[in-house]
Design a protein around this ligand. Structure first.
Ligand code: HQG
Length: 179
C-alpha cells in the first residue's frame, strides 16, 4: 500500500468515524483543523506535510475529502457514521441510479428495501460500472437498479455530493429491481 493510500484510509477513519483516536475535534459540519491533522499523521509515521495532504485530496480516486479555500480545514465529503451536518442541498436525480452490493444481502434488501445501515444515507451510484466497484468491495457484485425519478416524484429527498455519490434516506422495495 502506498503512503497516499494509507493516509486516505487513515483520514477516512478519523474524519468519518473516529476523530477521537487522533484527538481531533470536528465541528458541526465535519471540518477538522489541517494543522492538527498533519500533526496526527506525523505521530503515525505518515508524511505530515501539507504538500502530501494536498496530493491525497487532489488525487483521491473518489474525491473523498475537501479542503477549505484557505487550506486551514479538511473534511470527508460523505460516508460519516458520526453526527455531522454536511449542509447538502436537495437535488433532482436521474431516472435511474444503481446500488452495488453482494448476494448475501440480497434477500434482506428485497424484503426490507435498501437501508442506510451505519451510514447517514443509502449511497447510490450514477452508473452501473461504479455500482459494480462498490459491490466488489465485499465479493462478487450484484446490482439493484433504483427508479430514482419515481421516488423523487413521490417526495423522496435526494442529495448529490461533489464526487457524484447520490444519497437518500431509504429505498423501498417497489422502487428497485435486480439487474
Ligand atoms: C447493505 C464506499 C441488509 C448495502 C463505497 C451495503 C460507496 C443491506 C451495506 C460508499 C440492506 C452497507 C457506500 C438491508 C443495504 N439489509 N443489507 N436492508 N440495505 N444493505 O459500506 O453502499 O470508499 O455502508 O448493500 O464505494 O456499500 O467509503 O454502504 O452492502 O460509495 O468512500 O449494507 O462507501 O465509499 O455498507 O457503500 P456501506 P455501501 P468509500
Amino acid at each position: 500500500m502506498t503512503d497516499l493510500v494509507r493516509i486516505s484510509k487513515t483520514l477516512s477513519l478519523w474524519l468519518r468515524h473516529r476523530p477521537e483516536v487522533a484527538e481531533l475535534e470536528l465541528d458541526a459540519q465535519g471540518w477538522a483543523d489541517v494543522d492538527a491533522v498533519l500533526a496526527a499523521l506525523a505521530t503515525r509515521n505518515l508524511p505530515g506535510d501539507i504538500e502530501t495532504l494536498l496530493h491525497v485530496v487532489d488525487d483521491n480516486d473518489k474525491q473523498r475529502f475537501e479542503l477549505t479555500p484557505d487550506l486551514a480545514r479538511i473534511r470527508a465529503r460523505q460516508g460519516h457514521t458520526i453526527a455531522v451536518d454536511l449542509a447538502l442541498t436537495p437535488a433532482t436525480p436521474p431516472a435511474e441510479l444503481y446500488h452495488g452490493t453482494v448476494e448475501r444481502f440480497a434477500a434482506a434488501i428485497e424484503r426490507e428495501g435498501l437501508r442506510k445501515m451505519r451510514r447517514h444515507h443509502v449511497h447510490l451510484s450514477p452508473d452501473i460500472e461504479t455500482a459494480r466497484r462498490v459491490g466488489a468491495r465485499r465479493g462478487a457484485p450484484i446490482i439493484f437498479v433504483v427508479s430514482a425519478a419515481a421516488m423523487h416524484a413521490e417526495g423522496a429527498v435526494f442529495h448529490v455530493t461533489e464526487n457524484r455519490v447520490w444519497l437518500t434516506d431509504a429505498v423501498p422495495p417497489r422502487f428497485f429491481r435486480r439487474l
